[in-house]
Design a protein around this ligand. Structure first.
Ligand SMILES: Nc1ncnc2c1ncn2[C@@H]1O[C@H](COP(=O)(O)OP(=O)(O)OP(=O)(O)O)[C@@H](O)[C@H]1O
Length: 153
């Protein structure tokens, strides 16, 4: 049986939809300060409810602390900072995707809900693996040298 496919929207129709989307929002940040306030609320929500986010925050703080303690080059600390930030940002997006999926399908099983959640979780996993690889390459050699010299002396 052929699927029913709707026709693509015209540019005028798109403009109407986009402008109406803001009207559909329950609340809109009035200024920059309230934008930061809402963003901070999202971070606090993820930190208090998502165990993985708390673990990633802890690991990122440890990685950055060690890279400063070990006097890594500025560019190396920057690379560790970027990869750490990417993991945390993707963890927040994963939480956002989960919330939107739950809002949409509630407690019913849906194959597309599964795909959305699994892919979002996969994005976090990939970024965490890359961050671990970067940290291993940049932090472990000087840390190993420091530990060896501490044992010898
Ligand atoms: N409505 C649904 N329909 C189909 N599969 C779902 C649905 N809700 C959850 N799942 C499946 O269960 C898995 C776990 O979902 P859940 O909402 O608990 O996210 P999560 O993996 O715990 O997220 P995280 O560990 O990142 O906090 C999803 O990856 C998905 O495979």
């Amino acid at each position: 049986m052929p699927h029913e496919v709707s026709s693509p929207p015209t540019p005028n129709h798109l403009e109407t939809v986009v402008s109406k989307q803001r009207e559909l929002s329950w609340g809109v940040a009035a200024n920059l300060v309230s934008s930061f306030k809402y963003a901070w609320a999202g971070i606090i929500y993820a930190f208090t409810t998502q165990r993985n986010f708390r673990i990633h925050v802890g690991v990122c703080i440890l990685a950055l602390g060690l890279s400063i303690f070990l006097h890594l080059k500025a560019v190396e600390i920057a690379v560790i900072g970027v990869t750490s930030g990417l993991v945390l940002a993707l963890e927040l997006l994963n939480t956002a995707v989960e919330s939107v999926v739950d809002l949409t399908v509630k407690q019913t099983f849906h194959e597309l809900a599964k795909i959305a959640k699994d892919c979002a979780a996969g994005a976090v996993l990939i970024s965490a693996c890359v961050a671990m690889l970067v940290a291993s390459v940049l932090i472990f050699p000087p840390l190993f040298t420091l530990i060896c010299s501490a044992i010898k002396s």
